[in-house]
Unconditional design. Structure first.
Lengths: 466, 254
């Protein structure tokens, strides 16, 4: 507990007021800890804008969402019309709605870039594991938020997208059909589904998101930010105990981020005002047709940010299952013959592999597709414990690591592209290879990340004054 | 790193430009509709055609009559010339036809047209392009119940409502042999009976109509672009200030 402080009676009114507050609430302390005396590495590059931009988009989504809820009607008979009412009859309603719909896509753009930054500079490595884990949880919550929000305009794509995804849950053995029923609240997507998704979208998930964002930032400020060199700035301090390569977040990064924010808003506003549909990617054309439970669209595709995962889901055909079974058997064989573990553990490995293969043979491929789709996100949580490379940053990893990361990114784009396309024979093969690569990248990381010769990591960060 | 980012951008842009998705499922390439979104006279003519020809079976139930003041009509003009289905200028464009009758007569309930231009966009062009092609490719087909068929929307349920203006026509196909495949290619049209309008005047009238429908689908689009220009200018100025402010703070960091 802090000491009660007094200020001289002739002090300025502002100082008196601040002192009054500080004696009752740690305002100055919080500002110092998180802003003016939070030391951040001075060598942040372009990719370091996307953390603060995620926060900005979150605020935009919450504020515009509040105003949308004032006019939106979560009712299967009125939802579509109420969105058009917002677009036409509510003063500036079109702007609020376009901000929210563009914001949804912008959120995923900045979050994907933010995650990519963490991936290539090793920001998930010790001691930042929890920062990364909280971040992955935010990503998962964000996916749920986006999925449920997409149902609300009650267009054809809203309806059939939800129908397809909720039906996936019914592929889970034993509990599946009941679980899908519980999610929908009906035997098909309908008014009950719309109401519960509305509730989740405006209350439940945003609360979880906000809590996780606070945890993410508290954890970050506890351990300090990583940087493009992956050097710990806390290892080199001056006489006052300040990191030599650190600068106070405020004012240096607050003005720096202001520039990033304006740069982002330039792009964001250009889309809102000049291309809010963004060629059918941000607002799908089919979604301007009211939901019709009797008319299935020819081609149902999720919004672009889900398509890489959707591709992986579609890649798991009954044919593909044999490929996956082969992977499990090879892994079990290597575990039993090459791994340096006790005989008992080897028996466990072989036993669980056999059990898994039996399940893979007996349960429908659709279920494994759901497992793969979910696993593609869940596997991110484990990244801090999969990476065994001696260095954090991609700058000092072996050159071929750079190429591997490049292929990973290209593979992710290819999967996303295929998820937009209608199914095709060649697309199916490519997405199967892409799925194997995606999982191979992570599951084999404990081995490949140790291979190759790393480059010497400098003691201090690389910084060129600008 | 730079090369890497460049390659990512390259993949992204080529992927976005190559996607032939969201096709509306038509059989002929779409003609380009004229752009008259800033031509108030054309939009007013389009509104007149829309209310006279479309707004009997199709509703535009999210569109208010008095929104037409945005394209230069006065409320009195709207009341005198366009209010057939209601007597209040603040009402939306609803119709009296029972959806059940629509189903009996046309095999399906005629869709609401408020945002139809937005929903029909696709890889072939804008929604206006589709509508412009669709309303100009009706032809006589006695095998159909209505006696009409359409090239952009084969086996369409809607008869040719504008036939008096366009007259009755039949497409002329040419068979083209290529690598063992025979394809039918549209060569031109055979006019069976003349319409009230010349072909050029008809195309222009349909151009007005689809521009009106494009405007109606998003009536704030011109405002949006006008406001957007000012927003961009403001942000550009702000960006320069933020950039110089940043440089001023960072000049001491070595």
């Amino acid at each position: 507990m802090a000491e009660f402080k007094d200020v001289p009676p002739n002090a300025p009114a502002a100082e008196k007021a601040l002192n009054w507050i500080d004696n009752r609430f740690p305002l100055s302390k919080l500002f110092k800890e998180h802003m003016s005396e939070y030391y951040a590495p001075k060598n942040f590059n372009f990719f370091y804008f996307f953390g603060v931009l995620s926060l900005l988009v979150l605020v935009i989504q919450i504020l515009t969402g509040i105003f949308l809820v004032m006019h939106y009607k979560p009712d299967a008979d009125e939802a579509f019309a109420s969105v058009e009412y917002i677009m036409r009859d509510v003063p500036w309603g079109w702007l609020i709605r376009y901000m929210h719909s563009t914001g949804a896509s912008a959120f995923f753009v900045v979050v994907y870039l933010h995650m990519f930054r963490g991936l290539i500079y090793g920001s998930y490595r010790k001691p930042r594991e929890l920062v990364w884990v909280f971040g992955c949880a935010i990503f998962l919550a964000l996916m749920g938020e986006a999925f449920m929000g997409y149902l609300l305009p009650w267009g054809q794509m809203s309806y059939w997208g939800a129908q397809v995804i909720v039906n996936l849950f019914s592929a889970i053995p034993f509990i599946g059909p009941d679980l899908a029923l519980l999610i929908r609240g009906d035997y098909v997507v309908g008014d009950a589904t719309l109401n519960r998704f509305f509730s989740f979208h405006v209350i439940a998930v945003p609360l979880v998101l906000l809590g996780l964002v606070v945890a993410h930032i508290i954890a970050l400020h506890e351990v300090g930010s990583n940087n493009p060199d992956g050097v710990e700035i806390k290892d080199k301090k001056d006489a006052n105990g300040k990191p030599l390569d650190g600068i106070p977040f405020h004012p240096y990064y607050s003005v720096h981020d202001l520039m990033g924010v304006i740069g982002f808003l330039l792009v964001f506003c250009a889309i809102i005002f000049f291309a809010p549909e963004f060629g059918g990617y941000f607002l799908e054309y089919n979604n301007f047709i009211p939901a019709d439970p009797l008319k299935t669209p020819l081609h149902i595709a999720p919004v672009w940010y889900f398509t890489p995962y959707y591709s992986m889901l579609r890649a798991i055909t009954s044919e593909m299952m044999y490929g996956l079974i082969l992977c499990v058997l090879v892994a079990a064989y290597l575990g039993a013959t090459r791994a340096n573990i006790s005989n008992f553990l080897k028996v466990v490995v072989v036993g669980s592999a056999v059990a898994l293969v039996l399940m893979m043979l007996s349960i429908d491929a659709k279920f494994w597709g759901v497992v793969v789709m979910g696993g593609a996100v869940v596997i991110l949580f484990f990244l801090p414990w999969l990476d065994n490379c001696a260095v954090k940053s991609i700058r000092y990893r072996p050159d071929w690591h750079v190429w591997l990361y490049a292929i990973f990114v290209i593979n992710f784009f290819v999967l996303g592209y295929l998820g937009i396309q209608p199914p095709s024979a060649i697309g199916e093969r490519v997405s199967q290879l892409g799925t194997l690569f995606y999982f191979g990248f992570f599951l084999l990381m404990p081995w490949w990340s140790r291979m190759g010769e790393t480059k010497p990591v400098p003691d201090r960060v690389n910084f060129v004054a600008h | 790193m730079k090369k890497f980012i460049l390659s990512v951008i390259l993949v992204l842009t080529s992927a976005l430009s190559a996607v032939p998705s969201f096709a509306a499922g038509s059989s002929i390439p779409w003609d380009k509709a004229p752009d008259r979104l800033n031509d108030l006279g054309a939009l007013q003519n389009g509104a007149k055609l829309f209310v006279n020809y479309c707004l009997n079976c199709h509703a535009a139930s999210y569109m208010r009559f008095n929104r037409l003041t945005d394209i230069g009509l006065t409320e009195q003009q709207i009341k005198d010339n366009l209010l057939f289905t209601t007597d209040k200028v603040g009402e939306t464009m609803k119709i009296a036809m029972d959806p059940k009758q629509g189903k009996d007569w046309f095999g399906g309930n005629p869709p609401d047209l408020t945002v139809i231009a937005r929903s029909r966009s696709g890889s072939g062009g804008s929604g206006a392009d589709y509508l412009y092609t669709y309303l100009r490719t009706y032809y006589r087909d006695e095998s159909k119940v209505t006696g009409w068929n359409n090239l952009a929307f084969p086996n369409v349920g809607m008869p040719h409502v504008l036939w008096e203006l366009q007259g009755q026509r039949k497409p002329v196909f040419e068979e083209i042999q290529s690598k063992g495949h025979t394809t039918q290619v549209l060569k031109g049209w055979e006019q069976i009976t003349p319409g009230k309008m010349s072909p050029i005047a008809y195309d222009s009238a349909v151009g007005d109509l689809v521009n009106y429908m494009q405007w109606m689908a998003d009536p704030t689009q011109s405002t949006r672009i006008r406001v957007g220009v000012w927003v961009m200018l403001y942000l550009l100025v702000f960006f320069v200030i933020a950039w110089r402010l940043n440089a001023a703070y960072w000049k001491d960091i070595r």
